[in-house]
Design a protein around this ligand. Structure first.
Ligand code: UT7
Length: 331
């Protein structure tokens, strides 16, 4: 039984935004050598959202952040820290966090971006919580925001069918009774950095006519290897995070995993001996929104009434880097 500790850091607001434009598997059938049947059976995805050409990562982030502020019912000036996780910022610099800060009027917030790919939002929660514990910062916002429609190669059926655009935000505050972050486990393994990456556009391969012609500015992925890594690491991380606070997989009321592939989520459920109803799944609507996927899924789980007071909720993710982790929340 988890004891309530009023000094703990807890969630006070969530919100998400997805662009209006929907791209279905049937739309993709018309452009690519693929089928709705293949995408649905191999991934569970039915449709994804596509940002308007005028929208950048900070625009999606600001819309999600505004909803989280409204949900938390706080003044934007109360936010002391803003961390944004994204694989495709507005610019190399300034940070998307600084641009979003201005849009949301978070004038007292210290702002920076964090790069951990699909694990980015839970890495950000972990970093925000750690900073708050060791500072006088009381309230933090983390946002995952992604515009994959501009970094996937629309000619590559192996990757473009998987991803979608969107943003999700979570606000945490010190001294909360309930919805507390009670444990975590994180890991990274750079030996797998070639498995999922955008090869060009950085200092390794700056943009040239050649890199553009070779389509090196788009996502490249070894899907099978990432799949195996994902199931193994998420399961290990969930168990480690639970064990740190003397809990086991049997205590999980709701698992909110990174929404990458339904087969991965089913494999994780099987390994953890969890019934599928204890796994939050919404990837059929949005595809893989990377750093945005967990905050979006958390907000939907709350609004759909899937979480009640005292529940053990576990967030878990994996992503490029390689990176992975789990956070345990006592609701
Ligand atoms: O957030 C982290 C992001 N990454 C991930 O989550 C990726 C994890 N990996 C996966 O989800 C799966 O590995 C995929 C969904 C990417 C692929 O599924 P798979 O069962 O591992 O398929 P595969 O890559 O082994 O490909 C099987 C076949 C291949 O054809 P051949 O070589 O057997 O003739 C592919 O060319 O399916 C083909 N294929 C497609 N066919 C129709 C690949 N993509 C498509 C497609 N439509 N969109």
């Amino acid at each position: 039984m988890i004891k309530e500790n009023s000094n703990k850091i807890g969630i006070i607001g969530t919100g998400f935004y997805v662009p209006e434009k929907i791209l279905t598997n049937f739309d993709l059938e018309k452009k690519l050598n693929t089928t709705d049947e293949w995408i649905k059976t191999r991934t569970g995805i039915e449709e994804r959202r596509i940002a308007d050409e005028k929208e950048a990562a900070s625009d999606l982030a600001a819309k999600a952040g505004a909803k989280a502020l409204k949900d938390a019912d706080i003044n934007p000036k109360e936010i002391d820290l803003l961390i944004i996780a994204t694989h495709f910022p507005d610019h190399y610099f300034p940070s998307t966090a600084c641009i979003t800060q201005h849009k949301l009027g978070l004038e007292n917030a210290v702002c920076f971006d964090l790069s951990a790919a699909c694990s980015g939002s839970i890495y950000s929660l972990f970093v925000a919580e750690s900073i708050m514990k060791n500072s006088n910062y009381n309230t933090a916002m983390i946002i995952g925001t992604e515009i994959f429609s501009r970094t996937v190669d629309w000619k590559d059926r192996n990757t473009c069918v998987l991803f979608g655009d969107g943003a999700g935000a979570i606000i945490i505050k010190k001294g909360q009774k309930g919805k507390n972050i009670i444990s975590f486990d994180f890991g990274s393994d750079g030996s797998g950095s070639d498995l999922l990456k955008i090869p060009a556009g950085g200092s390794r391969l700056p943009a040239t006519k050649k890199t553009i012609k070779q389509r090196q500015h788009y996502i490249k992925m070894e899907g099978r290897k990432v799949y195996k890594f994902a199931t193994k690491r998420m399961v290990e991380s969930v168990i480690k995070a639970l064990n740190k606070v003397d809990l086991t997989r049997k205590d999980i009321d709701l698992l909110i995993p990174h929404q990458a592939n339904l087969r991965i989520l089913k494999a994780v459920a099987k390994k953890l001996h969890l019934p599928i109803k204890k796994i939050m799944i919404n990837l059929e609507k949005y595809g893989n929104t990377s750093a945005a996927s967990i905050p979006i899924a958390l907000d939907e789980a709350i609004t759909q009434g899937k979480i009640k007071k005292g529940d053990i909720v576990v967030l878990t993710a994996f992503g490029a880097g390689l990176t992975w982790g789990a956070i345990v929340i006592c609701w």
